[in-house]
Design a protein around this ligand. Structure first.
Ligand code: AMP
Length: 298
């Protein structure tokens, strides 16, 4: 069993480690996570292994990306099991910094007078989809990812397509802030019944767990309609919203048909779309998306 995994909690230790790797000319990949790892995370790690000499997985439940009333306190924390699983996967380093070191100043997003610098992504990418429902969420994400980029100094960063808007925002941040980091996206891992893997799935009751896979199935139905030539995007979104409610979802935050690169509303002439959904079952908010291409002759 491989046993060379190092766990670093202290920021200075991280700086020293990354400096050693730089001196040796090694290619380093970073997989940022909030822990409670599942096969979705592991697929990112496996991709990172293929692309880099050293793989760092960061585990940090980032308080800054949780809006007021969200599940920060209850978010599952399973560091010991996570480290065991990552050891088996041949990960070189787990970076699990202390919140007091990452955010030494008081930095509550709900508090306008936060006493520390944040990275604010542009509104054209955040004033829609999840950004519209989770105020301050993406500033929390870009701030922590920016910090991790500085601390780990990776050559490659791996993110999941499951969080489609997050990937778009991080790609924009890398470009805007002139980072020379290669962003790699991994496809969404699903259970056999199609539900996208998520740490939040464990909040679901047995009844809700039966309903949840219908998210993916409904997305596939929508994809069929687009492939059949239907371009009435707004009508389709409205119909899908009704479908989700009929199925038993308690709330539909959005069902959107967008351009996969720009995330702007789709045009009639488009031949490629990303279909994005956020729905709620009780208090649990689930997101999913698929990218669809027009059938050759449609
Ligand atoms: P999280 O721990 O939820 O912040 O996720 C860490 C990374 O894993 C992000 O890049 C997510 O997009 C990715 N991820 C989460 N769930 C999945 C999944 N089901 N398939 C692929 N990647 C995922």
């Amino acid at each position: 069993m491989p046993s060379h995994l190092t766990v670093i909690r202290d920021l200075d230790d991280m700086y020293h480690q990354r400096a050693r790797w730089k001196r040796e000319g090694l290619v380093v990949a970073l997989v940022p996570t909030m822990g409670n790892l599942h096969e979705g995370h592991f697929s990112l790690v496996k991709l990172a292994r293929k692309k880099a000499d050293r793989v760092v997985v960061s585990i940090f439940v980032n308080p800054l990306q949780f809006a007021r009333g969200e599940d920060f306190e209850h978010y599952p924390r399973t560091l010991k099991q996570d480290i065991q699983a990552l050891t088996l996967l041949g990960v070189d380093l787990v970076f699990a910094p202390e919140a007091t070191q990452v955010y030494p100043e008081q930095i509550d997003m709900a508090n306008e007078a936060a006493r520390a610098t944040t990275i604010v992504p542009p509104a054209f990418l955040t004033n829609m989809l999840c950004g519209a429902n989770r105020l301050g969420h993406f500033t929390g994400v870009t701030t922590i990812v920016g910090k991790l980029f500085h601390l780990v100094a990776p050559d490659i960063a791996v993110f999941g397509q499951k969080d489609y808007q997050q990937v778009a925002i991080i790609r924009q941040m890398i470009y805007d802030l002139n980072w020379s980091i290669k962003l790699i996206t991994a496809p969404t891992s699903r259970t056999e019944d199609g539900l996208a893997l998520s740490s939040r799935n464990q909040y679901l009751t047995i009844e809700q767990r039966v309903i949840a896979p219908r998210i993916y199935r409904t997305l596939l139905t929508l994809a069929e309609r687009l492939r059949d030539g239907d371009r009435q995007y707004e009508k389709l979104s409205r119909q899908m919203t009704t479908t989700f409610k009929t199925i038993g979802f308690d709330e539909v935050d959005y069902v959107e048909i967008r351009h996969p690169n720009t995330l702007m509303p789709s045009l009639e002439t488009d031949r490629c779309w990303v279909l994005l959904v956020a729905v709620r079952l009780g208090k649990t908010r689930l997101i999913d998306n698929i990218v669809v291409e027009a059938a050759f002759l449609s």
